[in-house]
Design a protein around this ligand. Structure first.
Ligand code: PMV
Length: 349
C-alpha cells in the first residue's frame, strides 16, 4: 500500500545588517563570523514535503517548474539529514513557491531552506526545536539559519555544528524598521554566494573584516537595543562596504555594483543628511536594500520607484520566523505534485 507523509511550512528571507561571508567549514556552513539580520515579512516561500513510499526518486518543483542537478542536490542534503534522524528513507516530493519574482536578485535560498527544513522534519515525524531547526536550515544555505527564529536575529558562528545556530535578539515589534529593496538588474549573477564563500579567503582583507566583526556586532546589538537609527546606519553601511571590499579584492574579483547601485548609495546618504532615517546595504548582487523607519517608508518607496534605473521596489517590514502550515492551505502545492489530501498522513499540523 502506498503511504504518504506530508507537511507544509513557510518562511521569509532576511536582510543581514552584519554580513556572513566566508566559512570555517564549507560542508557544514560554519561561518567565519557571527551575523545579524531581520526577516522580511512581505516576502515568502511556502514549501510542501511529501515522503512517498512508492516514489522512485526525489522530485523538486519550484514555482511550477521541475528542477534537477544543483538545486536538487542542495535539497537532498537536507533530506539526507532528515532521513538519517527519522529512519524514513522514502523518496520525497518537494514543492515550493515564492511570492516574490524569481531572477530579481532577491535571494530565495534563506526562506527556501528554512521552510524546507521545517516541512521535511515535520513530514518525517521529527519535532525539532528552534535551535536544531536553525542548524538544519544552515546545511542548505548559511543565511537560512537566520530565517528560522522571529524578528531581529543573530547567528552565532559557534565552535562546531552543534552550537552554530541563530536565535532572536528582539521580536519583530521591538522596532518598526522596513526594508525597501530597489531592484536595479534582473541579469543572472556571474557568481553566487556559494562560490563567493569559497573565494573569501583569497582576499587579503577578509582577515581584517573577520577580526573586526566582534566590534561591529556589539555596535549593531547596542544600536538595535537603543533603537538608535543614526548609529545603526553607520555600522550597517560600514559592514556592507567591508563585505564588498572583500568581494572586490578576491581572486577572481567579484564586482556586483551597477551604476544605479552607486547612485542610490549617494542618494541615500544625502537623504540621511536631510534628516531621513535611511541607510543602505547590499548583498551578493546590485540591488540596494534601503533600511528605514516607519515614518519615511511611504516617501522612500515613492522616491525609489521614480529613481532612474530602478526597475521595481519590494517593501517589507520585520517578520516572524519559519512556521508550519495546515495541509489544507497547501492544496495548490499538492495539486502541482499530482497529489491530493486523501491518503496523506498529516504530520505537520
Ligand atoms: O546563505 P548564503 O550562502 O546565500 O550567503 C549569504 C551571503 C550574503 O547575503 C551576501 C550575506 C548575508 O549575511 O546574508
Amino acid at each position: 500500500m502506498r503511504e504518504l507523509f506530508a507537511a507544509c511550512a513557510e518562511a521569509h528571507p532576511n536582510i543581514a545588517l552584519i554580513k556572513y561571508w566566508g566559512n570555517r567549514d564549507h560542508r557544514l556552513n560554519l561561518p567565519a563570523n557571527n551575523s545579524i539580520s531581520f526577516n522580511l515579512e512581505g516576502l515568502l516561500t511556502r514549501t510542501l514535503v511529501v515522503f512517498d513510499s512508492q516514489l522512485n526518486r526525489d522530485r523538486l518543483i519550484i514555482n511550477g517548474r521541475e528542477r534537477f542537478r544543483d538545486p536538487l542536490k542542495r535539497v537532498q542534503r537536507i533530506l539526507a539529514w532528515v532521513r538519517e534522524d527519522s529512519g524514513i528513507y522514502w523518496n520525497a516530493h518537494v514543492i515550493s513557491v515564492n511570492n516574490f519574482p524569481e531572477g530579481v536578485g532577491i535571494a530565495s535560498s534563506a526562506s527556501a531552506f528554512a521552510a524546507l527544513a521545517l516541512a521535511a522534519s515535520k513530514a518525517a515525524g521529527l519535532h525539532l526545536d528552534e535551535r536544531n531547526l536553525s542548524r538544519l536550515a544552515r546545511i542548505g544555505s548559511g543565511s537560512a539559519a537566520r530565517s528560522v527564529p522571529d524578528g531581529f536575529v543573530e547567528w552565532r558562528s559557534g565552535t562546531g555544528d552543534h552550537d552554530s545556530y541563530a536565535f532572536t535578539l528582539f521580536p519583530p515589534e521591538y522596532w518598526d524598521l522596513w526594508d525597501c529593496v530597489a531592484v536595479v538588474s534582473t541579469e543572472p549573477k556571474p557568481l553566487g554566494s556559494q562560490e563567493g564563500h569559497l573565494l573569501a579567503e583569497t582576499s587579503p582583507i577578509q582577515w581584517a573584516r573577520v577580526t573586526d566583526a566582534p566590534r561591529r556586532l556589539d555596535w549593531c546589538r547596542k544600536a538595535l537595543k537603543e533603537r538608535d537609527f543614526e548609529s545603526l546606519a553607520e555600522v550597517v553601511e560600514l559592514d556592507s562596504h567591508l563585505l564588498h571590499a572583500v568581494m572586490q579584492t578576491s581572486s577572481p574579483p567579484m564586482f556586483y555594483w551597477e551604476p544605479t547601485s552607486v547612485a542610490l548609495m549617494h542618494q541615500v546618504r544625502r537623504w540621511r543628511k536631510q534628516g531621513w532615517n535611511v541607510c543602505y546595504t547590499l548583498d551578493a548582487g546590485p540591488n540596494v536594500h534601503v533600511i528605514c523607519t516607519s515614518e519615511v517608508v511611504q516617501r522612500l518607496e515613492h522616491e525609489l520607484q521614480n529613481f532612474p534605473g530602478v526597475l521595481q521596489v519590494l517593501t517589507a517590514r520585520v517578520g516572524k520566523g519559519a512556521r508550519p502550515l495546515p495541509l489544507e492551505t497547501c492544496q495548490d502545492l499538492l495539486r502541482q505534485g499530482g497529489l491530493s489530501l486523501s491518503g496523506v498522513s498529516r504530520r505537520g499540523t
